[in-house]
Design a protein around this ligand. Structure first.
Ligand code: HQG
Length: 194
């Protein structure tokens, strides 16, 4: 194991697993997340807004359902424009939009929950943003554990030396629902702790 790698291995049984679930069987919130983050067929404006009218007319949502999802989403994933005519996701996009997360100086450490099967590759390549615009980081281990538990397999919590990265010139953004975003994390900034 490399000098930089100190391991924190949380071996837990995966309770929530990310699946390739058919669209129509997803919850309304998950469907909305897909439609606002990944739907390349929709002409989003540059800041990632989609009209409420489009979701009502073409995707089976009612205005009340959208109000309810925005208000009750456990991670506060979505927001309306001031005039309530448009809606967007606050983070997690694969489509190329700028939802204006705040560029922010990060704390000393941030955390990333993943699974053991990814570790060798992460050691070699660092954390990559994969299909999304950014690598997602959490400000505490508990949240990172929840993120990792979405996947099948033993969860591993990685510690990212965020402030050192920032000092070395990497930009960090904080989404409006508290998720830290960074383009990629080179391997020398990752601590794996036993
Ligand atoms: C892994 C949810 C191999 C990475 C959550 C992760 C989060 C690598 C997967 C948000 C790698 C990407 C995002 C490398 C990264 N080699 N594997 N070099 N670099 N990975 O879903 O962070 O509920 O794009 O560890 O709460 O799991 O939808 O990222 O396992 O905030 O609002 O590649 O999704 O938010 O998976 O999750 P994802 P994530 P919502």
């Amino acid at each position: 194991m490399g000098r930089f790698f100190i391991y924190t291995l949380f071996v837990v049984s995966a309770v929530t697993v990310t699946t390739t679930q058919p669209f129509q069987t997803m919850s309304k919130e998950r469907r909305l997340a897909y439609l606002l983050r990944h739907d390349a067929s929709y002409p989003f404006d540059e800041h990632g807004w989609r009209t409420v009218q489009d979701l009502i007319e073409h995707h089976g949502f009612t205005k009340e359902e959208l109000d309810d999802i925005v208000a009750t989403s456990n991670k506060q994933r979505f927001e309306f424009s001031d005039d309530h005519q448009r809606i967007r996701a606050r983070q997690g996009h694969s489509i190329d939009v700028d939802v204006e997360p705040d560029e922010t100086v990060p704390p000393e450490f941030l955390f990333h929950g993943t699974v053991a099967a990814n570790i060798q590759s992460i050691k070699e390549q660092g954390l990559r943003h994969m299909s999304r615009q950014f690598v997602h980081l959490s400000s505490d281990r508990t949240t990172a554990l929840q993120v990792g538990r979405r996947r099948k397999g033993d969860v591993v919590i990685l510690t990212v030396m965020a402030h050192k990265m920032w000092n070395d010139g990497h930009l960090f953004f904080l989404s409006r629902n508290g998720v830290w975003l960074v383009k990629d994390v080179p391997p020398q900034y990752i601590k794996l702790q036993y």
